[in-house]
Design a protein around this ligand. Structure first.
Ligand code: ADP
Ligand code: MG
Length: 424
């Protein structure tokens, strides 16, 4: 069989890897190891920056951070995946600084220091507060991860979230012990990603990594940040979620993401809304599209398609959750298929590799399949019967081979646990 499988590390092994790296590079014991999962979104794509709904699950694949607090404001960061140690001080961490991968670590500390004491006290009254300046100081950290980069499984949020729970613990902020506190940590991770790493992503990934529950999908309402935990136990239904990392990376991705986001924000403003969430599916959508439409004007017609994707996708999340609530998980396939079509034709963020994975999965018996994550490469998901996982993966790998694409990597996703401290 062509194509490889990416198994999740056992948590004890992952924690040991990060701790061993810490000892070998810093010559000291870490204060502890914390880890956080990557995520895969079941449905609700490109909705999180539109005030919409999304429905991720946490992966068993995690990023492990061994960390030791320092008395000064020096940061020393190493990762198994990155050649050089990053060394700096917290005053070097600010919007516009070029920090490379360190942005995803140092940026979280920066963002936590930006949160106001009042905000933190509201959700964690017993947390430590420093009246003078930084509440999060310097630290040494070593990172080990089995979440692949750029596969649409959010290695960036896994790293930020693991750092967030580590700093919460060593600096006694008291945030990780409640969902309200975890929402504050997630917001800090988003600021790190947006303002320090410079990636204009929405909040789905960090919320999933910090706030989801094992055995459940996380219904995140990005309009108000509220969450619901929707039971999602595929094995009880004889089903499995096959994730296909296409290993395709298209250089356009970053600019296209920002461009989609800008189009949506401009359309919402033009319609007099704060976000596209304010538009209901059905007659409301038709009325909005009639306002935006200017036949013959390419830009206006593109906006119409983008808005139609976002509004119908939010409705599909609601329908998907209703099926899960009704115990009808085997019936969500057509919603996944419709999501893919909308992302491919209206939002135009798919690519040949994602389309092939989805087409072959369905032709081989998947109940539904779609691209997941931002698009232009990354991963697709297929809902399959447990007994057909290998057969469908083989069919996809063979089709990639025949098309001359890079061999895909497969994993099976069970809804796993959020960011937390690992056992010593
Ligand atoms: P993804 O879809 O995986 O989140 P991103 O481009 O958003 O892709 O984030 C990937 C980036 O996050 C990497 O290029 C790197 O800078 C950083 N990163 C993620 N995981 C690690 C890690 N284990 N060690 C160091 N940097 C990491
Ligand atoms: Mg990311």
């Amino acid at each position: 069989m062509t194509g490889e499988w990416l198994d999740a590390w056992d948590r004890t092994d992952g924690a040991r890897r990060a701790a061993d790296l810490f000892r070998s590079r810093f010559g000291e014991e870490p204060d502890g190891v914390w880890s956080a999962p990557g995520r895969v979104n079941l449905i609700g794509e490109h909705t999180d920056y539109n005030g919409g709904l999304c429905l991720p699950i946490d992966l068993p694949h995690r990023t492990y951070v061994a960390l030791r607090n320092r008395d000064d404001d020096v940061l020393r960061l190493v990762s198994e995946r990155e050649h050089a140690m990053w060394t700096g001080t917290s005053d070097q961490v600010h919007p516009g600084a070029h920090l490379g991968w360190a942005a995803y670590v140092a940026g979280v500390a920066w963002a936590l220091n930006q949160s106001s004491d009042a905000d933190l006290s509201a959700v964690a009254p017993d947390g430590r507060r420093s009246p003078s300046g930084a509440r999060v100081g310097g630290f040494d950290a070593a990172v080990a991860s089995c979440v692949p980069y750029g596969a649409g499984l959010s290695s960036s949020a896994a790293l930020e979230s693991a750092v967030a729970v580590a700093l919460d613990d060593v600096d006694d902020l008291g945030l990780a012990s409640s969902d309200a506190g975890r929402a504050v940590l997630a917001a800090a991770c988003v600021r790190a990603e947006n303002e320090i790493a410079g990636a204009p992503t929405g909040g789905m990934d960090q919320s999933s990594s910090l706030r989801a529950q094992p055995g459940h999908a996380l219904l995140l309402d990005t309009r108000d940040g509220t969450v619901q935990h929707v039971p999602f136990d595929l094995s009880a239904h004889g089903l499995a979620l096959l994730v296909i990392d296409t290993r395709a990376e298209h250089q356009l991705a970053d600019g296209q993401y920002a461009n989609r986001r800008a189009t949506c924000e401009a359309a919402a403003a033009r319609l007099g809304h704060t976000s596209l969430r304010e538009i209901g599916a059905g007659a409301d959508l038709e009325a909005a599209l009639a306002v935006l439409s200017e036949p013959g004007d390419v830009e206006a017609e593109t906006t119409v398609k983008r808005v139609r994707h976002v509004v119908t996708e939010i409705a599909r999340v609601e329908d998907f959750v209703a099926l899960l609530d009704g115990g009808l998980v085997a019936e969500v396939g057509p919603l996944m298929d419709a999501s893919h079509t909308s992302l491919r034709d209206d939002y135009e963020v798919s690519c040949a590799e994602l389309d092939l994975a989805v087409t072959v999965a369905r032709a081989s018996g998947a109940l539904g399949a779609r691209m997941t994550g931002g698009g232009f490469g990354g991963s697709a998901i297929a809902l399959v019967e447990s007994g057909s996982v290998d057969r469908i993966a083989t069919a996809i790998a063979d089709a990639f081979d025949a098309a001359g694409f890079t061999s895909p990597v497969f994993l099976v996703a069970d809804a796993s646990a959020p960011a937390d401290r690992d056992a010593d």
